[in-house]
Design a protein around this ligand. Structure first.
Ligand SMILES: Nc1ncnc2c1ncn2[C@@H]1O[C@H](COP(=O)(O)OP(=O)(O)OP(=O)(O)O)[C@@H](O)[C@H]1O
Ligand SMILES: Cc1cn([C@H]2C[C@H](O)[C@@H](COP(=O)(O)O)O2)c(=O)[nH]c1=O
Length: 221
């Protein structure tokens, strides 16, 4: 039985983690199949080790292409160890970031170029692409301000610490991707209050999953 693969994307501080934490029980209540929530970089033991290496603020000497290759390597291991086996069992796999992040951050932010980053990731993923991507859009300065406001309770990593111009290139690349692939990438305004962002994401999921999004038991009573 083939599973389904959906990703969430967005600039730093857009609220992906908050939205996914709130949405998971809702999704689980509406779909019959198992739901696997995972993330990138990370999601598997080796991939999490690569994550630590990439995001370590001490690694200021890391070359842009080295960084892109490490994200792709982390992704490959995650795909083979976690995503594909879950899909083979028929699960709905929801991943916090995937190839679009590399295109936006390394292709756009680091200015390596979308094509080169895509080619590298075609190799890493055997061309795998999500059927739906929910892109949480937020102006870069707003996302960064959220992160800075909660700096004490979360890791302020090497990518977070990049200049505003870097984050603006990341957002511009995301917006270009969303414009180029409107069938796959659905944009949600993430500068709204969190409850509204959660509701908007739920509506996108419901519309996309169609018959696979069933009424909750309570609603059918
Ligand atoms: N809609 C919102 N309005 C106000 N604050 C929010 C909203 N969504 C999230 N936040 C806050 O912004 C901060 C970043 O949110 P969160 O960690 O969920 O974002 P993220 O997209 O996962 O970020 P990153 O990708 O950088 O890890 C958190 O402190 C969270 O409480
Ligand atoms: C997958 C991926 C991620 N990044 C960046 C985006 C964030 O700044 C960090 C960590 O992600 P988190 O969601 O904040 O935990 O890594 C990237 O540059 N390229 C990628 O492929």
């Amino acid at each position: 039985m083939a599973g389904r693969f959906i990703t969430f994307e967005g600039p730093d501080g857009a609220g992906k983690t908050s939205v996914l934490n709130a949405l998971m029980p809702v999704i689980q209540a509406h779909v019959e199949t198992p739901v696997k929530l995972t993330r990138e970089p990370g999601g598997a033991e080796i991939s999490e080790k690569i994550r630590t290496l990439i995001l370590d603020p001490a690694n200021t000497a890391m070359d842009a292409k080295t960084e892109a290759l490490l994200y792709a390597a982390s992704r490959r291991q995650h795909l083979v160890e976690v995503i594909r086996p879950a899909l083979a069992k028929g699960a709905l796999v929801i991943c916090d970031r995937f190839v679009d992040s590399s295109v936006a951050y390394q292709g756009g932010g680091r200015e390596i170029g979308a094509e080169a980053v895509l080619a590298m990731n075609q190799f890493a993923t055997d061309g795998m692409s999500p059927e739906l991507t929910i892109y949480l859009d937020i102006p870069s300065a707003e996302g960064l301000a959220r992160i800075k406001a909660h700096r004490a309770s979360r890791q302020y990593d090497r990518l977070d610490q990049e200049q505003l111009a870097f984050h603006e290139r990341v957002r511009a690349t995301y917006l270009a991707l969303a414009q180029a692939q409107p069938q796959r990438i659905k944009t949600v305004d993430a500068s709204q209050p969190l409850e509204d962002v959660i509701k908007a994401c739920e509506a996108v999921l419901k519309a996309h999953l169609g018959a696979a999004w069933q009424s909750c038991k309570e609603e059918t009573l």
